[in-house]
Ligand binder design. Structure first.
Ligand SMILES: NC(=O)c1ccc[n+]([C@@H]2O[C@H](COP(=O)([O-])OP(=O)(O)OC[C@H]3O[C@@H](n4cnc5c(N)ncnc54)[C@H](O)[C@@H]3O)[C@@H](O)[C@H]2O)c1
Length: 340
């Protein structure tokens, strides 16, 4: 068998805010190149294509039929993900699908099955997993730096940035709400680091920016894991001033505590033996993510995170939003059993 060494061609669907990060990452990988761009807004598509020397596909069908496209990256609003992903699988292309995978567990499973059945690679864009900080926390916990993790607090709190988002993020039917839009990053990290599935969720939400909002711009979710440990995940886009950008991680384990602050130069561990930094910053998470995609297609390396983990994050997000609405503790496994 002859193995082609030509770079794999990428087709981006949705040339908005996040598309540029993917296009830049593709430029930095010798085995990848941006081949085509499609967007409902032809001006956005033309601008991204011109910047990276790609062609504009007038429609999704044209992009999916383009032999120069091996991998599709979908960076469109959340409510379009499932339908566009299913079309990509039907066209026989590999897919890097932006988070959230879909807006329901049933749709997420449908998408996952479509790629498995055809032997195609599907990677969900849980980009934080590929960040230096997230990898250093994971490595520290894996090495037993603080013993067995018992409780964690993850907080991403920022100011209002959604005014220019064409309002789709603020429409719960389109974004799914804040749990789907940004919360999934935290739920995915907490699940990964704790190494145990989430069983139950309790959430309180606030509409900080305006009472008229249809989504909560701040959510505090308490997750209970199957192993009895807990995580408090705070996600906010309602802080003052707008430039607020706080990101904090605290993990208490059986023998120590690990913490990381946004403006620190790395993760700090407090144990009986050591107080010190655990990791350095520097590599683009989008570059690493595309590297994972490339290795999966070319070498058969399993994708990271596994699609099953991304589906679990959707089940958690469903439960978080439901708990915020009802004020009740919600069983996550019940969401996962729901096929409708
Ligand atoms: N991984 C991350 O860290 C990260 C960060 C930001 C956004 N995202 C995700 O990326 C996706 C896009 O977010 P964004 O902030 O770039 O949004 P955006 O509004 O800036 O861009 C979306 C683009 O998609 C286009 N579009 C809409 N429907 C389309 C369709 N059916 N076909 C083709 N084009 C279509 C719009 O015209 C727009 O240009 C979302 O799912 C979001 O959750 C991920």
């Amino acid at each position: 068998m002859t193995v082609s060494t030509d770079p794999l061609g990428i087709g981006i669907v949705g040339a908005g805010f996040i598309a540029d990060s993917h296009a830049q990452a593709a430029q930095g990988h010798p085995g990848l190149r941006l081949a085509a761009v499609n967007d409902r807004n032809p001006v956005a598509a033309a601008a991204l294509a011109a910047k990276y020397g790609a062609t504009v596909s007038p429609g999704l069908d044209e992009l999916l039929a383009d032999p120069a496209v091996d991998i599709v990256i979908i960076g469109t609003p959340n409510d379009t993900h499932a339908e566009l992903a299913l079309a990509t699988a039907a066209a026989g292309k590999h897919l890097l699908l932006e988070k959230p995978l879909a807006l329901s567990v049933a749709d997420s499973q449908r998408v996952a099955d479509a790629f498995t059945e055809r032997g195609l690679t599907l990677l969900i864009g849980h980009t934080h997993r590929h960040s230096d900080y997230a990898m250093s926390v994971s490595a520290a916990l894996q090495s037993g730096a603080v013993g067995t993790p018992r409780s964690m607090r993850l907080a991403i709190a920022g100011g209002w940035i959604w005014g220019s988002w064409g309002a789709w993020v603020l429409d719960p039917k389109r974004s799914g709400g804040h749990a789907f839009h940004n919360g999934v990053h935290l739920y995915d990290l907490a699940h990964w680091w704790m190494g145990s599935p989430v069983e139950r969720v309790f959430t309180m939400g606030q509409k900080i920016t305006a009472a008229a909002l249809e989504i909560d711009d701040a959510l505090v979710a308490t997750l209970e894991f199957a192993n009895g440990s807990t995580a408090v995940c705070e996600i906010s886009r309602g802080e003052r001033p707008r430039s607020t950008n706080v990101f904090e991680i605290v993990v208490h384990g059986t023998t120590g505590t690990l913490t990381r602050r946004w403006n620190s130069d790395g993760t700090v561990a407090f144990t009986d033996e050591v107080v010190g930094a655990l990791g350095a910053a520097g590599t683009s998470p989008f570059g690493r993510q595309l590297g994972v995609m490339h290795d999966a297609i070319v070498n058969g390396t399993p994708v990271f995170p596994a699609v099953a983990d991304a589906i679990h994050s959707i089940a958690i997000a469903v439960a978080v939003e439901q708990s915020a609405r009802t004020g009740e503790v919600v069983d996550v496994s019940r969401q996962e059993g729901t096929k409708a």
